[in-house]
Write a protein that binds this ligand. Structure first.
Ligand code: GLC
Length: 815
């Protein structure tokens, strides 16, 4: 195969921006990017989303059930958010400190999205403003540090005006005229604070009462400078039939009408006078947040009116992120791979997927049983305790029957019992990976209560049992022909109608289950030999192995279509993903997982799958999930067929699955293909053609349009995608090949010929490995040699000695 040459170099500059020197921030140099390019800032429980135009929203605990500020999901207008205006009191001219909502011309514009913060810098009429927003670690609030500098030659009398609409609860609030009647705002002049409370909570309390309960928080907005006036009423700010681009208050220089119309459309706006001599600069501190009582709210407002507290909080947040992104650090010849692996994939998975659980194209807040379990794997090399915490949380949302919630809401604890076949199996899958990293077998003995669930059964068992129940549950849901039933879908949610009558089957589930059974049996052996579980479990282990062997045979007998594996069957027996189908002839996961998990023994079948993948699914922008797209909705299959052809799961590049193709290529030792697939989907490279790709070049998208769409190559649904954590793992564990295994850290690099090697530092089971991979002319084929602390070792497993630093040199053949 040929690897495309590309002329792109760090900092990957386009008409819209570039990476910063250290790769830890992305600098957007003009506000009219093809779509909103955002930052999702959260370390939990609070979070804020901000786009390069200054738009976005904020929440506490849950981005949909407890959103603090109103927002309108509109990728084209991107004109809803919390804003800051600047008014020249002498001329009466005004503009916003970000491009939205006034969209004025400017002398300079820059939006820096960094790890844990964003800064929008703008210069207009000789006034330079720098608006920084960040979320202090562990606090229920966001801080705005606003610097205003007079770069003109005369003294300027200015005023700053903030503006946001209160949402205080569920979003979107469909019943706005109803909900506004419960919101009460008040201004506390001495403290320079606006408070907002809500007399009605949209959330239930423990007794299940819904409609007679106070919203538990007090929201506030505060500033550290003296305030001319404050406003809690939307009409007094915008004017009747007014607009955010030209609010009546800014036109007039004063709020228009009563400012504390207590039960009207609740907003928060503070007006702050600032006079600056030429060259002078003033910094102000603003906060927005929600606390558990008025007292706590006022205290927090006060705390962050103080510069030293703000500095300290920022410093702590920086340290937290440094630690979270600290391991592993990689240095390869490819700068895009480096920035994605060292910074952005981890940051995206942690900040947006794990802590915030929300973004711009998809707003959320809930936990998906399979989703956040998979995401939690991003912490394995650096904070495996967070993976374990997530494992416990998911165990607590499993029922004694072994079934689980497909998703559930923190705060309200409402959830949907899953009828998807795969959800529960991710529990043992992630536990296996946690144990390979840590060998902390005692975690398996930790007791966690099940969720009483629809059956209302109270039971507490060790995590080991939770996993075994999950596996047994899947083993009990088989078709007569011997394949796992698909339920209302498997990993692919969109196959939502395939198994409604409990008849449809999933071939991919077969591949997945086979891998889990094999790995779990291996774990059981160690657990028995170490006395962690009783020897009587051996009958289970044997049963798992028998079932695995039978399953593999059945898949190979029933699901081989002649050229590749079919994907699933519907209730009525219709086969999906076969040559006979008009649409959806071939599906990606049914091939990649078969190869990754050792389902394919015949070399001829392997060759046939690989050539079919190349022919039908490996496209110029990544691997398609299926091909060709479904042209017409099919009620036997599900909503997947109802998506516009070529988009998302219907024949688009669905990033989560597309990155598994890279893992598969590494698993079968095809480094050039792995690299080619990586490069085709890498957001940094895709982003070099911003007009086509449209998305942020620094985070993975959920999907990229496929050939059946009118806009192939267009990305969407960025940030909130499981692909980030996976691509991070696949990059380090499979491409770089540094993989935790039961007996130690395994090294098997699978790097392209363009790379002469790489360096990295990896912490593992208490030891630190300084690894260098180098090419060696004398080596041939797939031979590699390892020098461990200067001594040659046999095999590819590194010994581990806790507390030690090791020097590892891996020699691999020149290609
Ligand atoms: C969505 C779901 C995820 C699912 C994927 C594929 O991202 O949140 O759980 O695996 O789609 O259908």
């Amino acid at each position: 195969m040929k690897t495309a040459k590309h002329p792109f170099r760090f900092p990957f500059k386009t008409n819209y921006g570039r990476f910063s020197e250290d790769g830890r921030s992305y600098i957007i140099t003009r506000p009219d990017t093809p779509r909103p390019w955002v930052n999702v800032i959260s370390t939990g429980p609070y979070g804020a989303v901000i786009s390069q135009t200054g738009s976005g929203y904020s929440w506490l605990h849950h981005a949909s059930l407890n959103r603090l500020t109103r927002w309108d999901q509109d990728m084209i207008r991107d004109e809803a958010g919390r804003y800051l205006y600047i008014r020249d009191e002498q001329s009466g001219r005004f503009w916003s400190a970000s491009w939205q909502p006034t969209k004025t011309s400017y002398e300079f514009y820059e939006c820096v999205h960094g790890v844990g913060y964003s800064i929008i810098t703008m210069q207009k009429d000789g006034i330079r403003s720098e608006w920084m927003i960040f979320v202090p670690e562990g606090e229920p609030l966001e801080v705005w540090r606003v610097r205003i500098r007079n770069v003109s030659k005369k003294t300027r009398k200015l005023s700053l005006w903030s503006y946001m609409e209160w949402n205080l609860g569920e979003a979107p609030d469909w019943h706005r005229e109803f909900h506004k009647l419960f919101i009460e705002t008040s201004f506390h002049d001495a403290d320079k604070v606006i408070l907002a409370k809500k007399r009605l909570s949209p959330l239930k309390n423990e007794k299940g009462e819904h409609w007679n309960k106070t919203w538990e928080y007090t929201a506030w907005h505060a500033v550290n400078l003296p305030v001319t006036a404050a406003c809690g009423d939307k009409q007094a700010f915008l004017g009747n039939y007014g607009s955010k681009s030209s609010p009546a208050a800014l036109q007039k220089g004063a709020y228009v009408g009563p400012t504390t119309h207590r039960w009207d459309d609740g907003i928060a706006s503070l007006q702050v006078p600032v006079t600056l001599k030429p060259g002078e600069e003033r910094t102000s501190l603003w906060t927005l947040g929600a606390a558990t009582s008025e007292k706590v709210a006022l205290n927090l407002a006060k705390k962050y009116q103080n510069f030293s507290h703000v500095e300290k909080a920022w410093h702590q947040t920086e340290i937290l992120w440094d630690k979270l992104l600290g391991s592993p650090v990689v240095e390869t010849p490819d700068a895009a791979f480096n920035v994605m692996t060292n910074v952005w994939l981890k940051y995206q998975a942690m900040s947006a997927r794990f802590f915030g659980r929300t973004a711009y194209y998809q707003t959320g807040g809930a936990y998906g049983f399979r989703d956040q379990l998979q995401d939690s794997q991003v912490f394995l090399p650096v904070r495996p305790d967070l993976t374990l915490r997530q494992i416990r949380l998911h165990c607590a949302h499993q029922f004694a029957s072994g079934r689980v919630f497909h998703w559930w809401h923190p705060l309200s604890e409402e959830g949907a019992p899953s009828r998807y076949s795969d959800d529960l199996l991710w529990l043992p899958f992630v536990v296996l990976n946690y144990l390979k990293e840590t060998v902390n077998y005692s975690a398996l003995l930790e007791k966690v209560p099940y969720h009483p669930g629809p059956e209302n059964i109270r039971l507490t068992e060790p995590i080991y049992r939770h996993c075994v129940r999950a596996i047994d549950n899947v083993l009990n849901r088989f078709s007569e022909r011997g394949l796992p039933l698909i339920g209302t879908g498997d990993w692919n949610d969109g196959l939502s109608a395939t198994g409604r009558d409990e008849k449809g089957e999933s071939v991919w589930m077969g591949h997945f289950l086979y891998g889990v059974l094999m790995d779990w049996s291996r774990l059981m052996e160690s657990l028995m030999s170490q006395g962690v579980i009783s020897k009587s479990e051996d009958h289970r282990r044997k049963r798992y192995l028998q079932r695995a062997a039978r399953l593999k045979k059945t898949i190979n007998r029933l699901a081989w279509d002649g050229r590749w594996y079919s994907r699933a069957t519907c209730d009525d027996g219709t086969v999906l993903g076969s040559r006979q189908c008009r649409d959806g002839k071939i599906f990606l996961n049914a091939q990649t997982w078969a190869l990754m998990n050792g389902i394919v023994d015949s070399p001829q079948r392997k060759r046939s799958i690989l050539s079919s993948l190349q022919k039908h699914l490996y496209g110029p922008h990544g691997s398609l999930l299926l091909y060709p797209a479904y042209r017409t909705p099919d009620s036997r299959i599900g909503y997947l067929t109802r998506y516009a052809p070529g988009t998302r799961e219907n024949g688009g590049i669905y990033m989560h699955a597309a990155v598994w193709a890279i893992q598969m290529e590494c698993a079968i030792s095809r480094p050039q293909w792995a690299w080619e697939l990586y490069r085709r989907l890498c957001p940094v490279y895709r982003g070099m053609d911003p007009e086509r790709y449209v998305c942020e070049p620094y985070v993975t998208p959920g999907n990229v349009d496929g050939p059946d769409s009118p806009t192939p190559g267009r990305g969407g649904w960025t940030w909130y995608t499981g692909s980030a954590a996976w691509l991070f793992r696949i990059s380090t564990e499979w491409m770089m090949g540094i993989r935790p295994d039961w007996d130690g850290l395994r090294i098997r690099p699978c790097i392209p010929k363009e790379w002469n090697g790489f360096r990295t530092v990896r912490r593992f089971r208490g030891a630190e490995y300084r690894i260098r991979v180098l090419r060696d002319k004398t080596l041939r084929g797939d031979r590699q040699e390892i020098l461990f602390d200067g001594k040659k070792i046999v095999g590819d497993l590194l010994p581990s000695t806790p507390g030690k630093q090791h020097d590892v040199v891996v020699l691999i053949p020149e290609s």
